[in-house]
Design a binder for this molecule. Structure first.
Ligand code: TRP
Length: 334
């Protein structure tokens, strides 16, 4: 069978919805992991623009705007189109066909009891989420995944219910039509230890983020304004890095030796928060420099994103066409 050749354990796939510029939380929570995977696995990363539509269908122009932005943020972060396949979901029409076929074998009750469905319907009150497509979100996600028959799907813990449903749908297909889809497993991204500037989860909607494409001129006042250890009122008071909002960033961006010095200086009241922030700003600038350089190269070439997506779409499509030939045959739809 076409794609049934072994090697699923060497394959990985993940996607993001194009809903806004990426920030440090995305980098340390997902992208860093993706960049590492592209070296050892056959990796597919895609822009989930149809998924964005399930909740943003009233403002589709915005989605279109964010598609190239997302690709640029990825490549700036180190995804290399020579090493991995970067594609756009809506360019691969096979996803629509497989989604339809899988929708036939997916009980509505599985979707209605999906925790993300219930939660978002209750919590997101400024959008109309009573649409059929939103209920079917996990079927579309299962489609994206099993189309490429990967073993590993790097996602955050919030996506685990969707992965579970994906396995159930794959199993159902295999039982009905013959063993074909491997059951994919989540590769959990180590809990993102990149809190927002205010200590909550870093998020666009909380306005507490550092964007990957922000300049140091934009970032500096954000860092200067961060709360540190609230109990440390004066520089002469000893501080506690373990309750400080800033210190987790040192864990991500500062080398171990300097970090030990910071801890020592903070707890003995010899290093003040202003100087501690200066160290962090220096390290942030060094971390972002290569990202911004890659980003500038992409911005300077008006065809760059188009070329990346055209090449990636072609590779993804070829793979998807192989899967669909097998699926149609197994379902007697050929
Ligand atoms: N649901 C994912 C999110 O919101 C995006 C996504 C869509 C995805 N299809 C996927 C992630 C397939 C991994 C695999 O983040």
């Amino acid at each position: 069978m076409h794609n049934a050749a072994l090697g699923a354990d060497k394959r990985t796939l993940s996607g993001m919805r194009p809903t806004g510029p990426l920030h440090l939380g995305h980098y340390f929570g997902a992208l860093k992991n993706w960049v590492e995977m592209q070296d050892t696995l056959q990796a597919f990363f895609f822009v989930a623009d149809w998924h964005a539509l399930t909740s943003e269908f009233e403002d589709t122009a915005r989605i279109k705007e964010y598609v190239p932005e997302l690709v640029k943020d990825w490549v700036a972060s180190g995804l290399d189109p020579e090493k991995c396949v970067i594609f756009r979901q809506s360019a691969i029409k096979e996803h629509a066909e497989l989604h339809l076929l899988l929708s036939m074998i997916t009980p509505v009750s599985w979707l209605e009891r999906c925790p993300t469905y219930k939660e978002q319907q209750q919590q997101i009150t400024d959008k109309d989420l009573s649409n059929y497509g939103f209920l079917g979100y996990p079927v579309l996600m299962a489609t994206d995944i099993i189309m490429y028959r990967p073993k590993w799907v790097p996602v955050g813990a919030d996506q685990l219910p969707h992965l579970e449903l994906t396995r159930e749908i794959a199993r159902r297909f295999n039982n009905l039509y013959g063993e074909y889809f491997p059951e994919p497993e989540a590769r959990l991204t180590p809990a993102a230890k990149c809190p927002g500037l205010d200590g909550r989860k870093m998020s666009k909607s909380y306005h507490n983020y550092i964007g990957l494409n922000e300049s140091m001129d934009e970032i500096t006042p954000k860092v200067r304004g961060m709360l540190t250890d609230k109990a440390r009122l004066r520089k002469t008071d000893p501080g506690d890095p373990d309750v400080c909002n800033l210190f987790p960033y040192h864990e991500l961006l500062t080398d171990a030796a300097t970090r030990a010095e910071i801890r020592e200086g903070c707890t003995t009241a010899t290093l003040g928060c202003v100087d501690c922030k200066k160290i962090l700003l220096r390290n942030l600038a060094a971390f972002l420099e290569p990202l911004h350089e890659r980003r500038a190269r992409l911005d300077a070439d008006p065809n760059a994103v188009r070329d990346i997506l055209e090449a990636g779409n072609a590779k993804a499509r070829a793979f998807a066409q192989g899967t669909m030939r097998d699926v149609r045959r197994l379902m007697h739809m050929d």
